[in-house]
Every structure is written in C-alpha cells, then in structure tokens.
Design a protein around this ligand. Sequence first.
Ligand SMILES: Cc1cc2nc3c(=O)[nH]c(=O)nc-3n(C[C@H](O)[C@H](O)[C@H](O)COP(=O)(O)OP(=O)(O)OC[C@H]3O[C@@H](n4cnc5c(N)ncnc54)[C@H](O)[C@@H]3O)c2cc1C
Length: 540
Amino acid sequence: MGPEQKRGWMTEKRAPEQHGPQARAVAPGLRYCAARRNPMNDRRIRQIAILGGGTAGWMAAAGLSKSLDGMGVQIRLIESPHIGSVGVGEATIPPIMDFIRQLGIAEDDLVRDVKATYKLGIGYRDWTRAGHFYFHPFGPTGPGIGSIPFQAYWLKMFLAGNAAPLEDYSIQAVAATEGRFTRPVHAPNTPLNKIAYALHFDASSFARYLRGFSQAQGVQRIEGEVRSVSIHPQNGFVESVTLESGESIAADLFVDCTGFRGLLIEEALGTGYEDWSHWLPCDRAIVVHSEPAAAPAPYTLVTARDAGWQWRIPLQGRNGNGYVYSSAFIANDSAERTLLTNLEGSSLGAPVKLRFTPGRRRKAWSRNVVALGLAAGFLEPLEATGIYLIQRGIAMLLRFFPDRDFATADIERYNRVLELEFNRVRDFLLMHYTHTERSGAFWDHCRSIPLTDTLLEKIELFRSHGRILREDAELFPVMSWLSVMVGQNIIPRRYDPMVDSLEPNKIQSRLDELRRDIKRCVDSMPSHLDFIRSRQARAT
Ligand SMILES: Cc1cc2nc3c(=O)[nH]c(=O)nc-3n(C[C@H](O)[C@H](O)[C@H](O)COP(=O)(O)OP(=O)(O)OC[C@H]3O[C@@H](n4cnc5c(N)ncnc54)[C@H](O)[C@@H]3O)c2cc1C
C-alpha cells in the first residue's frame, strides 16, 4: 500500500471543504514531490512532539502516525508517569467507529482488549420530570415518503394522537431498551441495514491500546515530565521542551495534549480560555466504578439529580458511574453521598473528584502548537462528545497540515472549524438543561439560562412547523434533535403543511409497517451480552 492509499484516514464524509482549495493545500504527497525536485524549498515538517499520554495524546499519535506514514516525519510522545490522566471518557458516539476502522484496527480485538460494550444511545431517566424516561438513539430517522421526511409525517399523526412514541420507530431505541444488540447486517430494505452504534470502554485501556498501535507505527515514547518550554524570541514559536532529566526535545510542530492545564497552549503561549459557565451549569464530577448488578445494557443511562446528573456506563465486568454537578448548588460531600447511595452494585475503589470549567481555548491552534483534548477545551460529558472533538481536531489538523511556514490561512480555518464544532455541541447540551419541568433550585436556574441565537432559531423552527435543519457538517443528526426536543416536551404548534399532500391512510400504514419491521428485527437479535460473547469466542 502506498502513502496515498494509507492516507485514507484523512478522508471523512462530513467535510464539504474536502474538494476545495484547502484540499490541495494539504496534499502532503504533492509537497513531497515538489520538495524532491528542489531541496532548497523543502519546508516540510520533520519532527512532531506530542505532549501528554492520555486519550488525546495517544489518539493523536495513532492518527498522525497512520496518516503521515511514509513521509519521513519523526513523531515522539512525551508522557509523565507522575502526572495522572483524567482516566474518564468511557462513552463514545458513532464517529469513533470510523476512527477505529480508518486506523485499520480489528473491532473485535479492540472490544476484547478494552473491555468494551456496545452503545446504541442514551436513556434519560427523570430528566424531563421525575418518573419520566426518554431515549436519545443513534442513527437516522425512519424513511421519508417521497419528499416528505419521516419527522414531518410522524409529527402530524403524533399531534393527532395517532402515532406511537418516537422511540418505537428507531431500531436502536427498541433494541437498547430490550437489551439486544447486533452490528448492521446486510439485509436490504430492513432497519437491520442501518444500525448505528458506538462503544463504552475503559478509558485507560483505550489509551494503552492506542499506545501499542502507535509504537508499532514507529512513534517513539519518551517518559518524563516537561519542566520548561523554550520560545523563539522573535516569532514566539515553541522551539523545544526540557524534561526533568535535562533532556531537551525540539520539534517543528507541537501537539499539546497535557489536559486541562494546557502546558503549551496556555501556560507557554497564553492563548486564553472562553469560560462558558453562563451556559453550561456543571463544573464538578465525582467518578467511581462499581460491581455490575445486571447484564450490561447497550446504552448509557443518565439520571437527573438535584444539582446535576448521574451516569451509568456498563463495561464488561464493571460499571462506570459519575455524578456531574454544579458546585454552586451542592457541597462536594453531599454529591459524593448521592453518587454512592445511588449505585446499582457495590463500589470498587475510592471515588475520584474532578473539577472543570466548561468552555474552550480561544485558539486551539496557535503558532506551531495545536491543542487537543482537554487542553483545547471541555464542555461536559452529557452527550459524550469529548473524544469526538479530539477525533475532529486530528482530522482537521491533517486536512490543514502545515509546513514550517505555518500559513495563517490554514491556522485560521482550522480554528474556525473547531470553534463551530464546539458551538454546536454547546447548543445541543444547553437545550438539555433549559427545557425541563423538574423542580429545585438548580433546575430553576437552568431554565433561566439565556439561549444562544443559534439554539433559539433551532427551537423556534421546530416549534412553528416541526422543522429541523441539519446545517452542512453538523455533528448531531435530525434524529438526535428530534428525540431530545420531543423527549423534553418541546412540541411544535403545527405540523408541516406539506404533509397534507399525503393520504392519512398511507401515512398510517407506513408507520405501522415501520414499527412491525423494527419489532421483527429486534426479536431476531441476540442479547447484548450474547453478542459480545459470541464475537469474542470467534476472535480467540
Ligand atoms: C468527568 C468527565 C467525564 C468524561 N466523560 C467522557 C465521555 O464519556 N466521553 C467522552 O468522549 N469524553 C469524556 N470526557 C472527556 C475525556 O475524558 C477527555 O476528552 C479525554 O480523556 C482526553 O483527555 P486528555 O488526554 O486531553 O487529558 P488527560 O487525560 O488529563 O491527559 C493529560 C496527559 O498529559 C500528561 N502531562 C501533563 N503535564 C505534563 C508534563 N508537564 N509533562 C509530561 N506530561 C504531562 C499527563 O501525564 C497525561 O498523560 C470526560 C471528561 C470528564 C472530566
């Protein structure tokens, strides 16, 4: 396989810019040929240093080493055994499966190694109000009828009291709540074709797995703590970092994966951080593992609490749990008690306390430093978007891969794309908090948080005629917005008038048929646990 083919990792469906001028600007193969013709013009990046060996660091090492293979770039990763990583980040969303496939990793092998389970979406318990449950499934909505999308005709029947709950029309939601799972199977014109899924995994094992992968790709791991940073006096670029051993490591490009502190992007370059606490109310988490009380469910369970929410993430052999809360509304000790008294099995080990400021680094890429992971920002874990944002950062770095001139246009475009990603995730999260009927000071406060203009427009479009527009490369699909809006009782005043072009009988029989198909397909699926066991039996 030549370098061009291997660079398939860069190819991603969601990117409209892919065929634009930027695509040419980042075609490293072209630069390589030009440089060989004229060595004087060789401005290629020769050395990359990644700081930090958490999930972000090792994802970057894996992605960059795979994509830059054959280009003569030396990649080194520095990690300190004395500075821990956050060690959380156990739930993912479907794009992670592309990351794994594009690296060429065998899914069954990974699942076994990182004790993963499958995830079909998120169940929200007591979120809208006490005693209520709704499901946010992965995957698309049901099929349209002609040019009328599913959500439009379902809504007409729903408003008239003639349609089942939305969940009944999603194979992911039905399978998840029945504890069943299968990967998509080739069964044309059935919902089995399009099952969308992600993974729950042990975060430290995932980083370790990627470490093995990256080292096999030639990434050099350096153990040590970075103590100082040397900056070029004229251009302000990072020239090198020095470890506690005195060893100095120079590079052309630095990738800052040092977690919340942002050792290069913030401590050395002072890039600045946008604090989004006025939108996202939670700033603390307490995390603990527990014995599983039942077979692993193929979804993340989120339960609303008085000052935030609690997650349950089932892995093979244990559950991950955490209480994410606002320190303005509950003391740390009370939050810990709440978490421990609401575990399904006994706790394993002592709880770990984490604090964060929701927000983002003003520039994820500054000079010759690109920040990824917590160093680039963190919103909060409700919709499990942290790892996705790392993945997106790596993909965009490859799209706008620099040479040693670090063109301003590339850097600015990268920062704009990432800013847009953060903004969209923020809007989706914000909607979860602002639209509930829960009582209590924390939830009253959440309802008073002002919406962003972009979210306000989204909600107003939905309220007027049930319309949901997915803007160009937006992460969350129509089904995500639809299920959270309907689940949280944001109900349109009217349905889309275009639906009246369809015979109500035709709509009714399509909805009935869809539900029947989904039920039949789910009945044919193995239980989630049986699926995991059968794949592992085959893999060993
Ligand atoms: C409570 C909580 C729950 C979360 N849940 C999810 C989730 O379910 N799904 C999801 O996608 N994301 C989640 N996230 C986000 C996710 O955990 C992170 O995006 C991910 O773990 C990446 O972390 P990181 O690698 O950026 O930082 P860290 O894990 O903090 O790693 C930092 C690394 O930098 C190294 N380092 C620091 N300083 C130095 C130094 N001076 N010298 C050398 N090395 C140094 C450390 O040793 C460490 O290896 C969650 C985050 C939190 C806080």
